[in-house]
Ligand binder design. Structure first.
Ligand SMILES: *Cc1c(COP(=O)(O)O)cnc(C)c1O
Length: 426
């Protein structure tokens, strides 16, 4: 069966062989706890802390001149961070800009690329996507005077976890004007085949964009090679950009010059911006889809974080992530047999993202018991426990330890001390 042994010393031997192990020292790890929630809020690194402090320093020392002077002139900071993100998504120069939030960027991109005409006036999404994306799509339809009940097509899932790509492809009819899908489903961690879906969309002359919130910093992408039209993501999950950190968007260079649906002066050509004309001259790359003044201090952590990612390499990060989750699944299979857990994420490397989804009818209070034992998972309604052992700062020993803790919780029925109900922020 499995390829792993189930002893602690074996876990330690995996850590000894791990070439990314030294990056753990770059992060603030809360002592005595096991943090498996880096897919919801990544941890602070020392490089990010330094980046925030140095941005504050530039404000202190330079005042308004910080826009054009200092080590990281604020006027070009969003572009600089966009450039540093290119390797993570497989972008060509100028295709990524750090701006807005996931939801705001989705609004911008739909406002830009959804052009309903006659019968071709529907948006295709899926039934399992994150609610904010769906709210945004519905409100965009309403802005066009279209009824979401008719014009938002959501591909269903048979088991509530997995979406069949065949079902998506079947739903790409000639009534669809735009497709927006997640790269990795936030709950089950399923990876959709972005290359294949992009080909299918383009065969029918339809634009397609992806929400990369759960793949960015965890799974490599080749957006440009695949010809994806646009993408957007937050930077505070696997990318450790900090709570409320600024998001990012990608626009394929074939669309450079397309007028932003929601224009603002920071989308201007940089040389023209301060001419203060009422005629908008847009930047000729993804910068054009910015709106107002960049949130410099909220972008600062990314500077440190992206330098870590570029040093570690996304392929190496993915390789370790797959090993961690594979090991975790084998331990669960072996150690927790009698406790009715269901591993609900896809098992194969090809379609498994950076986290594991364990389903259990007592999930909400099992999560509370884990937290009481200083293991940090996250709960996803109605019965899901997401566990993300993160390549840059988690260890194989922590994976082993976490499963022992969970086993003890189940053996001793510790979860019964808690209410089986989620917290306000779950
Ligand atoms: C985390 C997440 C969001 C969050 O959107 P914000 O605008 O950053 O609050 C949206 N969509 C998906 C798929 C997510 O995972």
């Amino acid at each position: 069966m499995g390829k792993h042994e189930f002893t602690k010393s074996y876990a330690q031997s995996l850590d000894e062989k791990d070439e990314l192990a030294h990056f753990r020292n770059e992060f603030y790890i809360q002592s005595g706890s096991i943090y498996f929630d880096g897919n919801s809020l990544g941890l602070l690194s020392k490089r990010s802390e330094w980046a925030v402090l140095s941005l504050l320093e530039s404000w202190k020392a330079l005042g308004i001149d910080g826009w054009t002077k200092g080590e990281n002139p604020w006027f070009y900071f969003a572009e600089k961070l966009g450039k540093m993100s290119e390797s993570l998504v497989g972008a060509e120069p100028g295709e990524v800009i750090v701006t807005g939030s996931t939801t705001a960027n989705l609004h911008q991109l739909v406002a830009t690329f959804f052009k309903p005409e006659g019968k071709k006036a529907k948006i295709l999404a899926d039934e399992l996507n994150f609610p904010s994306d769906i709210y945004a799509l519905k409100s965009q339809l309403q802005l066009h005077g279209l009824d979401p009940a008719e014009h938002l097509v959501q591909v269903g899932s048979k088991d509530g976890c997995i979406i069949q790509e065949e079902d998506i492809i079947e739903a790409i009819t000639d009534e669809i004007a735009l497709i927006v899908l997640p790269s990795v489903l936030y709950r089950s961690g399923q990876i959709l085949d972005m290359k294949r879906l992009t080909e299918e969309a383009h065969k029918r002359g339809i634009f397609i964009g992806f929400d990369l919130c759960h793949s960015i910093g965890s799974v490599p992408h080749s957006l440009s090679k695949w010809g994806v039209d646009f993408a957007f993501w937050c930077n505070y999950k696997h990318l450790n950009g900090g709570p409320g950190g600024v998001g990012s968007l990608y626009v394929n260079k074939k669309h450079f010059g397309t007028a932003p649906g929601l224009a603002g002066w920071f989308g201007s050509h940089k040389e023209k911006q301060f001419d203060m004309e009422h005629i908008f001259t847009q930047a000729q790359d993804a910068s054009a889809y910015q709106m107002g003044t960049p949130h410099i201090l909220s972008m600062a952590p990314l500077l440190g974080s992206l330098s870590i990612f570029n040093e570690a390499g996304i392929k190496n990060i993915r390789a370790k992530s797959l090993k961690l989750t594979e090991y975790l699944m084998e331990l669960i299979d072996n150690e927790l047999k009698e406790y009715n857990f269901i591993i609900a994420n896809p098992r194969d490397d090809q379609s498994r993202g950076g986290h594991i989804l364990l389903e259990h009818e007592e999930a909400a209070r099992i999560c509370k018991a884990l937290k009481a034992n200083k293991v940090i998972p996250d709960f996803r309604s109605s019965n899901g426990i997401r566990l993300a052992p993160v390549a840059l700062y988690n260890t194989f020993e922590e994976v082993w330890e976490m499963v022992q803790v969970l086993k003890k919780i189940m053996e001793e029925e510790q979860y019964k001390q808690f209410e089986n109900k989620r917290e306000v922020v779950a």
